[in-house]
Ligand binder design. Structure first.
Ligand code: OGA
Ligand code: MN
Length: 286
């Protein structure tokens, strides 16, 4: 199948036009697209008029899917699909104090999906169904480019460190309302290499973000200072791309090589609904 590829920025992202994601891609096309995705970290497919089942089918061509860890966030009957939205199941506004609205605000902190799991996610795909007139963009940061740009002393300092990612660190204060005890017990803190070797590209990435709580073997203050410094370094404008959504846009990103965050919008006056599928990881990071 023939398609066009246009880089989004020199460091991050490629736009692919000419493919129809309603139908399965043949193996050769899929392998070519996957290579482009590995090289560019995120791939944008504009103007895709797909439904949940087609999104699930395309995502399964990439790998096995994660189920969403909180019932309130799923599309009813489809635990593979996460609703990133300020709307209830009837597309009416949710009250601002609804636990799901807090989860949306937590997605405004830089993070990588499922890094709080022992086997974190490989990829995520967001498809825009309803978009606000202003705001609500999603930003991405390239963690491999950020690692490469570190000075040698910092690379040496972080190369053998272990970072603890903890969902209830990044979500402290609000989780109690939204999660059942069983859902909570299923996500204890986990250990990852701070300088993670990407399993497909072999590049090192700074495996960081808001779920990163502390560095093993370091005092609390020192550990927080290092995490904050690395988060700031990795999210400088030169490593990032901001996507302004149009209905039909599909973005497929590499959770092993990118941070992302949603940007704020008028969540009580503007409707926004994006559907996400999440490709599970293939093994532990250590
Ligand atoms: C997500 C996420 C941000 C956004 O769905 O994983 O972080 O812009 N979304 O909705
Ligand atoms: Mn996310």
């Amino acid at each position: 199948m023939d398609f066009s590829v246009t880089p989004l920025t020199p460091e991050l992202g490629a736009e692919i036009r000419g493919l129809d994601l309603r139908k399965p891609l043949d193996d050769t096309t899929m392998a070519r697209v996957r290579r482009i995705w590995l090289d560019h970290v995120i791939v944008l497919f504009p103007e895709q008029d797909i439904d949940d089942d087609q999104q699930i089918a395309f995502s399964r061509q990439i790998g096995a899917l994660e189920m969403i860890n909180m019932a309130a966030l799923q599309v009813p009957g489809k635990p593979e699909v996460y609703r990133a939205t300020n709307l209830d199941q009837d597309d009416n506004f949710m009250p601002i104090d609804h636990p799901v609205m807090q989860t949306n605000r937590d997605n405004q902190k830089w993070h990588t999906d499922s890094s709080f799991k022992h086997v974190p996610a490989t990829a995520s795909l967001l498809h825009a169904r309803i978009v606000p007139e202003a705001g609500g963009e999603t930003e991405f940061a390239n963690l491999a480019a950020a690692y490469d740009a570190l000075d040698d002393a910092t690379k040496e300092q972080i190369d053998d460190l272990i970072v603890v990612h903890n969902f209830f660190w990044s979500r402290k204060g609000v989780d109690a309302i939204a999660f059942t005890e069983e859902e909570k017990a299923a996500i204890p803190p986990v250990r990852h290499p701070l300088a993670r070797v990407h399993p497909e590209t072999g590049r090192k990435v700074i495996y960081i973000g808001s779920h990163a709580e502390k560095i093993e073997g370091m005092g609390w203050e020192e550990s927080r200072a290092l995490i904050d410094r690395l988060n700031e370094h990795a999210t400088q404008p030169r490593f990032t791309y901001r996507h302004n959504w149009c209905v039909g846009d599909m973005i497929w990103w590499d959770n092993r090589a990118a941070l992302h965050r949603g940007l704020a919008y008028d969540a009580t006056g503007q409707k926004r609904r994006l559907h996400r599928t999440t490709v599970a990881g293939t093994g532990p990071t250590l």
